[in-house]
Design a protein around this ligand. Structure first.
Ligand code: NDP
Length: 307
């Protein structure tokens, strides 16, 4: 099976060896190439950026597009993409996200910024985690894992998803009514939703107003989930106590964006969770093996829902 690595030349050096190893391990018969006659391509490994295809039409024999990224908003609406699109669910990526979210939730919880800035003796004892409800917006591969890690530390975790779900250790809510119930209780909000028309500006002046005063926001999901101006206004009024943002409408975040200078905003440069070639290559190889042996593919994107 001819598989085109269409994730950009700049990624090839990092991915080639892990992919070849993983493909050999699953026993798939794959001719992995960086350049090919388009009609000969039977599957494609994809990531946005670089010289990646915009028009999937000429790949007439391509039966699957396998994304190296978990978020697929840059490709899911492409009308020329008629093949199944699989997104990345990678144990290394999930672990990275759990570590990022736990670190920043604990930082907000114990008031670490204040502790580090203080140069005087003013004891402020934080409540225990059990008294600090966390809202996990999104209960997918990443949100569920992060929610369960925080629940394991003692935080009451309120999860929110599109469909009704049960996740051990998390009180689950869904739909529009569920969002308000979750936000009204949350002192820390983590957004791990995909960027879709339904999630754009989900955190806006109205929904931020549902939070208890001083709540902390952690957004490693996507920049469009939050209305930037509403967040800045909520920070300035004290409605939101602090925000840790990893993702932005424009990346890199422009140097003159007010988030950089705001004293209660922490900007991280889209590093919450990287796809790790060693673990992610196994996911790609498993799907190539499935494609070759006629088994259902893993992590197929729901094109109508957009994630
Ligand atoms: P999943 O697709 O596994 O989960 C998405 C979750 O969001 C699901 O629980 C889904 O609900 C919920 N959801 C989607 N739309 C809505 C809606 N309209 N209302 C309520 N809930 C909704 O994705 P992952 O957990 O793997 O990843 C989440 C996002 O994290 C990615 O889309 C990406 O944007 C971001 N990400 C960021 C990274 C970083 O480094 N900053 C790295 C990797 C990913 P349901 O369960 O009902 O389907």
């Amino acid at each position: 099976m001819r598989v085109l690595f269409a994730a950009g030349m700049h990624r090839w050096a990092e991915w080639e060896a892990p992919l070849r190893r993983a493909i050999a391990e699953v026993g798939a018969e794959v001719d992995l190439v960086l350049v090919s006659e388009l009609a000969a391509v039977e599957a494609m490994i994809y990531a946005p950026g670089g010289a990646t295809p915009d028009d999937f039409g000429p790949y007439v024999n391509c039966r699957a597009v396998l994304s190296l990224w978990a978020g697929v908003e840059k490709i899911v609406g492409n009308p020329t993409l008629t093949q199944p699109l699989c997104r990345m669910v990678d144990p290394g990526l999930t672990q990275g996200m759990v570590e990022y979210v736990v670190a920043h939730a604990m930082r907000a919880h114990v008031g670490l910024d204040r502790v580090l800035a203080a140069r005087d003796w003013q004891p402020v004892v934080p409540p225990l985690a059990s008294e600090r409800p966390v809202a996990m917006l999104g209960l997918g591969a990443l949100g569920a894992a992060c929610g369960q890690a925080l629940a394991g530390l003692g935080f009451p975790v309120l999860g929110w998803s599109r469909s009704e779900k049960e996740v051990a250790g998390i009180s689950c809510y869904h739909g529009a009514g569920g969002l308000r119930r979750v936000l009204e209780q949350a002192q820390i909000v983590v957004t791990l939703l995909p960027a879709t028309p339904a999630t754009e500006n989900l955190l806006n002046a109205e929904t931020l107003g549902w939070l208890p005063r001083g709540a902390a926001i952690i957004n490693p999901g996507r920049g469009v989930l939050i209305d930037d101006d509403a967040l800045l206004a909520a920070l300035d009024s004290g409605q939101v106590g602090q925000a840790t943002l990893d993702v932005f409408r424009i990346e890199p975040l422009p140097v003159d964006h007010p988030f950089w200078a705001h004293p209660r905003v922490t900007v991280t440069p889209h590093i919450a969770a990287e796809t790790r070639p060693e673990t992610a290559a196994r996911v790609i190889a498993e799907n190539l093996h499935r494609l070759q042996t006629g088994q259902p593919l893993l992590h197929v994107v729901n094109r109508a829902a957009g994630y």
